[in-house]
Design a protein around this ligand. Sequence first.
Ligand code: NAD
Length: 248
Amino acid sequence: MLGLDGKTAVVTGAGQGIGREISLLLAEYGTRIAAVDVKPDGIEETVSLVREKGSEGYAVTCDVSDYDAVRECVAGVLAWSDQVHFLVNNAGITRDNLLLRMSLDEWESVLKVNLTGTFNFTRALTRHMLGKRYGRIVNIASVIGVMGNAGQSNYAASKAGIIGFTKSVAREFAARNITANAIAPGFIATAMTEALPDDKRGEMLRMIPLGHFGTGRDVAHVVLFLLSELGSYVTGQVIHCDGGMVMS
Ligand SMILES: NC(=O)c1ccc[n+]([C@@H]2O[C@H](COP(=O)([O-])OP(=O)(O)OC[C@H]3O[C@@H](n4cnc5c(N)ncnc54)[C@H](O)[C@@H]3O)[C@@H](O)[C@H]2O)c1
């Protein structure tokens, strides 16, 4: 019924956090995982966990912001798997600073990884998906791309860019049975949020109607829905997974 068994997904930023949770949940449903990350150690571990779930995995070290490296990476994945059905653009970084102090490097590095990285993988895989007349793309944006946040203008711009990009891709490829959606997670308990001081954590919790941080698994559930047959009539949407922080 879900139609995930035996399909292949490319998941970027799969070495830890939300990307690993997405990989493992999909693996539980029989999806083969090409786990991509700029750091090699995490994806080796993700792939061994994918195998423990009874599915197949392939680890590829690749910097999503490097256009040529992404093309090479995709060629390698397509040698491993005849068809790639799913792409989850999840790799992301933060380099927070107030605008008046933000360096050009802090601005550009976040845009390059988060937004250009999403472009690079989508660009590299859509021709293949067009040929197969099938594809499901999920881009991980953020609540910050919708609400904005002081000290995160670079991150907010990258995530808002992902939302506009997703809607355009959805329109461009809808007639070929390729859907594209974005997920906007709120505050998710990962290494990113664990590092926060207690007063900041308290402040964030007060913004969440459900009263607790989300988990990587919560985000993975939404990815699963969008990639499965259950989500086949959903495209060009931004699904909020944020405990009610943004209601529209
Ligand atoms: N944690 C949250 O609260 C939260 C909230 C909203 C959105 N998000 C988004 O979810 C995604 C995952 O976040 P996370 O919390 O799991 O972060 P994380 O830092 O735990 O994991 C991110 C992964 O991406 C990889 N990565 C970084 N730069 C890369 C590059 N250039 N090429 C390939 N891989 C690269 C890292 O090595 C890491 O494994 C990100 O896009 C993030 O912006 C997170």
